[in-house]
Unconditional design. Structure first.
Ligand SMILES: NC(=O)c1ccc[n+]([C@@H]2O[C@H](COP(=O)([O-])OP(=O)(O)OC[C@H]3O[C@@H](n4cnc5c(N)ncnc54)[C@H](OP(=O)(O)O)[C@@H]3O)[C@@H](O)[C@H]2O)c1
Length: 271
């Protein structure tokens, strides 16, 4: 039976563990390691998984080691594990932004199977998007397990080059916050029109939910959905023309390129 160790019991690993158990993976084959007790004990209590404060014990237990600590800790965690136990048959799966396969491989004493992933926050609801990149030593069986792991919290997209991880970061990794910002701006204007905070939130939230659901439920291009609700000379048309005149497309392009640039910078410096 495949055994999985999660290093770090924070938001992202917590979401994946919860997704895995909900999809039927045996809780007794999962061990989480975290220095402070609260989060790992809460996961044990809720899901029945094993827990420890010792990364080595967790890594020793498992075939797959999911690295869910902050990016600047990834290499030291890898180094300590590989200096203490035999890692040659284990597969490391990182969910950390800004830490490359080469940086992880340098920290591991022996050549090892490494999968780099980029999940996003809606994974907490099972609505995530995860980009995955498998380095050369990864077997098909290890890819299948990583696929099942990340599919338990949303959809997965396998990437053919590691560079694409930075692009996925700029699209889906950082993407939820782009939509939050847009919703915040609409909420502010609803308040300015005189609606209460509760009303403004509800109006914007339901509009975003409805629009997203329409995209999800229709196969037609998003541009066509927009055209269908934009009558010539109408109110929506006035708003859309205002967005276009103010250069919305270029604003989005610039923002996503900034995220891409920052992702590359972080990968270079491991920060
Ligand atoms: N959250 C997201 O949406 C998201 C999206 C994509 C990628 N990621 C990546 O996921 C990783 C974790 O992010 P997060 O948001 O889950 O952070 P988080 O909630 O802060 O979780 C990090 C966890 O790591 C634990 N930890 C610290 N040092 C450790 C060590 N030496 N060994 C084992 N565990 C240790 C921390 O424990 P203590 O609390 O006891 O210090 C904490 O519980 C990051 O690398 C991030 O780039 C996150």
């Amino acid at each position: 039976m495949t055994k999985i160790a999660f290093i770090g019991a924070g938001n992202m690993n917590g979401a994946i563990i919860s997704g895995l158990v909900k999809t039927g993976f045996s809780a007794k084959d999962i061990m989480v390691s975290n220095p402070s007790p609260e989060k790992r004990l809460a996961l044990k209590e809720q899901l029945g998984i094993l827990e420890t404060d010792n990364n080595i014990a967790a890594a020793n237990f498992a075939d797959f080691i999911v690295l869910g600590v902050k990016p600047h800790l990834i290499t030291s965690v890898c180094q300590k594990i590989s200096e203490t136990i035999n890692i040659s048959n284990k597969c490391f799966i990182s969910v950390a932004a800004g830490c490359t396969v080469a940086q992880m491989q340098n920290a591991l004493v022996n050549p090892c199977a490494i999968i780099r992933t980029m999940p996003n926050t809606p994974s907490q609801l099972g609505l995530g998007v995860t980009g995955l990149y498998a380095a050369e030593k990864v077997s098909d069986q290890q890819k299948q397990v990583a696929d099942a792991l990340m599919s338990s919290v949303g959809i997965v997209k396998w990437l053919t080059t590691e560079d694409e991880i930075d692009q996925i970061t700029a699209i889906s990794g950082s993407g939820p916050a782009y939509f939050f910002l847009f919703m915040e701006a609409m909420e502010k204007q609803a308040l300015a029109f005189g609606f209460t905070e509760k009303e403004s939130r509800e109006l914007v939230q339901q509009t975003a939910l409805g629009a997203t659901q329409m995209v999800a439920n229709n196969d037609i291009p998003i541009s066509e959905l927009r055209a269908n609700v934009t009558s010539k000379g109408g109110t929506t048309n006035a708003a859309i023309n205002s967005f276009i005149d103010d250069g919305l497309e270029q604003i989005v392009t610039n923002a996503m390129n900034s995220a891409l640039h920052r992702a590359k910078e972080m990968a270079q410096n491991n920060v």
